[in-house]
Structure formats: structure tokens, C-alpha cells
Design a protein around this ligand. Structure first.
Ligand code: F6P
Length: 470
């Protein structure tokens, strides 16, 4: 069987694997052989060519260092100040510096040069996320003939947002050099199809662009998931119970509304707190009866838009405290730090409402983990943004438009008032969907599709891209 080479910007660290993705890919690599390749996390002054292999808890990980300047242009610059905001339809938050693209390209070239000598002819390469869109092109330019797949963990942009990205034509051409491109949701495949069918408008000079041929690239939705049963076990583990006990003492019987998100403008945190403020304002019976906990570990905090998001959240949390807090009651707690999976699992289980309201999100695994952690006899309610990929699979959540804080406030009221029978019925539907879209099957189905036609028993592939998205 061919080896699998996983490539991503960050590689898994030591200790208990944090997320379902790392667990699932670890398992795949253990069964299939192969290694994980990516940035070492180290910044150096001169470009490095050496690859260091390390055994990380039984997983073979190959890493390279990046120069400080290249990393800045590639990560904070092109990836997270141009691609991230544009793909999340926040062009107003994009900063465009022309030279960042060269750094982005250079890092992808450096990855390709370092990876190529490590490859065998029949290795299957699985590249992850927007930092590495050009990697297949760079590998193919060096002569690689392997099957190469790409998975986009974030949403694919609408055509208008895509056209606003410098070098978008080259990036799309880069995608056409993959054999398989996986997206989170049908909406993303539809946006890709829209581009592929109409391609770019004329350039400023009026000269026609050469159409990109996606004839060798299959594109489809592969919604990622978690391991909900593992999360269910974790939620009743001693470590989770410890957190539950701590919180129960603090809550004094109040119902918990919980949000857990990286501190990122795509997560809609100020809108979420405003919706909670409206709940308390509209329905005074909830005062002293509910408590909102927002866990928001800082993220990408060298980028000014992330600092501004953090400031906006400070301001609105302060406003809600000032408006509703009393000497012996606080309406909310806001924690800017990360917690381990066991503590989070305990918090999820305790929360009567899981409030997951990103303005736009690839999938959102917090929604999956919240569902997995519930007590089947007395589950909480998932209030979910209709703009998260998860909305395509979690029909039994209360779906909201996160921009409409009146609607989210009303969803919170419904969730808090929901009788147990309805909570159980909805949760059973959610848990069935989480199991149906588990991360292990996700990884298997992507790799099965990426395998050469001979290994799949398919004689020829005549699919261009899947336009079968209703
Ligand atoms: O959701 C996209 C993603 O890149 C994830 O893969 C990652 O866990 C998260 O954002 C955090 O990103 P960063 O590596 O920039 O901290």
C-alpha cells in the first residue's frame, strides 16, 4: 500500500493529541506508513534546507525551519492578512502588501524542495489548508508525478471576494495541479464551481486571461468531523469532572451558556455578547438565572485586526457587566486563555446552551464536540450559525443568522426554555449526524478518492469537477 505524506503549516506536538484531526491522521499514518511534514515552529536568520525527522509519540514528523522574514510574509502576511479575511468574506479587514506574495511563494517552494527528495514514486501526498495552495504546482515543477490532494479547512470565497485577492488567477491555477481538492461544505464546492465555470473578468489592460483547465482536478465536499464517542467518554472522565465540580460551585444552579472560540473576527464574538445582552434586556426573568462563559484563547495576536477584535470584545463585555452586574451577581465570565480538551469536555457537558455563532466558518468542530459531550438523559441545546459548514449537517440545532442579534437572543430564549423531551429528541438527531460525519471516516473517504484509479478499481476518471451541487 502507498505511504501517506501529510503536509501542513503546523505539525502535531508532543503530549496528548489536541484535536480530532491530529488523532485521525495519526491513526492513518500508523496504518499506512508515511510521515507528517511541515514547519518546525523555529525561526532562523538564513534559509534552511535541512529536514529534521523526529519521532513524536510514535508519529514520524519531518520539519524545516523558516526565516523570520519569509515566515512573516507567508503566515501573518499573505495567509492571514489576505487569504484568511478574503476567504471569510471580510475584505474590509484585509491588508494588501504586494511583496507578501513572494514570501508566500518562496515558502511553498522551500517546502517543495525539502519534501521532494523524501518522496517515493507511489507516495500519496495530502496537503492541508490555505497556507499551502501552491505546493502541488511547486512539486510538479520539480518533477513530482505523485497523486496529490488538497483539503481546504476554511470556507471557499465567493467569486467577488476571490477576484479581490492579488494573484488569485495563479492560486486557482495552482489548485488545478492537484488531483483532488476537498472542501468542507457543498456551499464551498458551489462557489468553486461558479469560478471554474465563469473564470475571471478581464484584466485592467483588457488582455484576455488564459482559462484554467480543471480537467484533471476532482473537487468535492468532504465535511470534517470529530470523534463524538471519544468526546462523550472524555466528558465523564475524572479531569472533566474536576472542571464540572468547580463550575457547579461557581454557578449556584444558574444555567450555563457557553462559547469556545479562538479570538478571531470570523467567530462573531461581539455580536454573540450583544445577543446575550438583548436576552437579559428583553426577558428580566433570566437575570440571576443564567451565566454566559466565553472562552477565547488569543490567536495571531501580532496582526492588528486581531488586536482590534480583542479590544471590541473587552468593550462589549464591559458594557454588559456595567449594565447588568450587581454586587453579588455577574452576568458573564470572559476568559482569554486556552484550556485542555478534558476541561472543555466538562464545560460542554455542563452547558445548557452551546453558543456557536461564527459569522462564517469552514466547519466548526466546537459544535461537534459540544454534541459529543452531552448527557443523553439531559442534553443541552446547540445554537448554531447558519454560516458555519456545520449547519449543513446539524439540522437539529437552532440555526441563527449571527448578524441578527435579535434572532440570536430569541434562539437563546428558546434554548433555555426548551423542555427536556425536545432537547433529547434534537440531541439524538445531532449525535447521529456527528457519528455519521466522524473524523476517521472523513480521512478514509478523502484518501480513498485520492488513491490511484487502479487501487480504487475505477477504469478511468472522466469527472472534471463535480458540478452536481444543487
Ligand atoms: O481553521 C483553520 C486553522 O488554520 C486551523 O487549521 C488551525 O487550527 C487554526 O486555524 C489556528 O490557526 P493558526 O495555526 O494560525 O494558529
Amino acid at each position: 500500500m502507498s505511504r501517506i505524506i501529510v503536509v501542513s503549516n503546523r505539525t502535531p506536538g508532543k503530549g496528548p493529541a489536541a484535536g480530532g484531526l491530529a488523532v485521525a491522521l495519526r491513526k492513518t499514518l500508523a496504518e499506512r506508513e508515511g510521515f507528517w511534514f511541515g514547519w518546525s515552529g523555529k525561526l532562523v536568520d538564513t534559509p534552511a534546507t535541512d529536514v529534521r525527522f523526529e519521532d513524536i509519540d510514535g508519529l514520524s514528523v519531518a520539519q524545516i525551519d523558516l526565516t523570520r522574514d519569509d515566515h512573516h510574509a507567508y503566515y501573518a502576511g499573505f495567509s492571514n492578512s489576505i487569504l484568511w479575511p478574503s476567504f471569510h468574506l471580510r475584505l474590509d479587514l484585509a491588508t494588501i502588501e504586494a511583496h507578501w506574495y513572494e514570501g508566500y511563494r518562496r515558502v511553498n517552494q522551500q517546502f517543495a524542495h525539502a519534501l521532494l527528495p523524501l518522496l517515493k514514486a507511489d507516495d500519496i501526498i495530502w496537503v492541508h489548508d490555505y497556507h499551502l495552495i501552491p505546493l502541488a504546482s511547486e512539486l510538479r515543477n520539480l518533477g513530482a508525478r505523485n497523486r496529490i490532494g488538497f483539503y481546504l479547512h476554511i470556507p471557499f470565497p465567493t467569486s467577488d471576494a476571490l477576484y479581490a485577492i492579488p494573484h488569485h488567477q495563479e492560486l486557482m491555477r495552482d489548485l488545478s495541479r492537484y488531483d483532488l481538492v476537498g472542501m468542507q461544505a457543498l456551499r464551498d464546492v458551489a462557489a468553486f464551481t461558479e469560478f471554474a465555470e465563469h473564470q475571471a473578468p478581464a484584466t485592467l489592460s483588457g488582455s484576455p486571461l488564459q482559462a484554467i483547465d480543471f480537467g484533471r482536478t476532482e473537487v468535492d465536499a468532504f465535511p470534517i468531523g470529530s470523534d463524538p464517542d471519544a468526546f462523550a467518554r472524555l466528558a465523564t472522565s475524572p479531569a472533566a469532572n474536576k472542571m464540572v465540580k468547580r463550575m457547579e460551585l461557581a454557578l449556584h444552579g444558574q444555567q450555563l451558556i457557553l462559547g469556545v472560540d479562538r479570538l478571531d473576527y470570523s467567530k462573531g464574538l461581539p455580536q454573540r455578547v450583544e445577543a446575550y445582552e438583548k436576552l437579559l434586556a428583553n426577558d428580566p426573568r433570566f437575570r440571576r438565572q443564567v451565566h454566559m462563559l466565553q472562552v477565547a484563547p488569543p490567536s495571531r495576536d501580532t496582526i492588528k485586526e486581531y488586536q482590534a477584535t480583542s479590544d471590541a470584545l473587552d468593550a462589549i463585555c464591559g458594557r454588559v457587566m456595567g449594565r447588568f452586574a450587581e454586587p453579588d451577581w455577574q452576568p458573564l465570565t470572559y476568559v482569554k486563555r486556552a484550556y485542555g480538551q478534558p476541561s472543555l469536555a466538562g464545560l460542554y457537558r455542563l452547558a445548557r446552551v452551546g453558543l456557536v455563532t461564527p459569522l462564517r466558518d469552514g466547519m466548526n468542530l466546537v459544535a461537534h464536540e459540544y454534541v459529543g459531550a452531552q448527557d443523553p438523559e439531559d442534553p443541552g441545546v446547540l445554537v448554531l450559525s447558519r454560516f458555519a459548514g456545520a449547519a449543513e449537517i446539524f439540522e437539529d440545532a437552532i440555526l441563527v443568522n449571527p448578524f441578527d442579534t435579535d434572532e440570536t437572543a430569541e434562539a437563546l430564549r428558546m434554548a433555555l426554555d426548551m423542555p427536556r423531551d425536545e432537547r433529547i429528541a434534537r440531541w439524538q438527531g445531532l449525535m447521529a449526524a456527528a457519528r455519521n460525519h466522524n473524523v476517521e471516516d472523513w480521512s478514509k473517504s478523502f484518501l480513498e478518492r485520492l488513491a490511484p484509479a487502479s487501487a480504487r478499481g475505477t477504469a478511468t476518471r472522466d469527472i472534471l469537477y463535480l458540478a452536481s451541487v444543487a
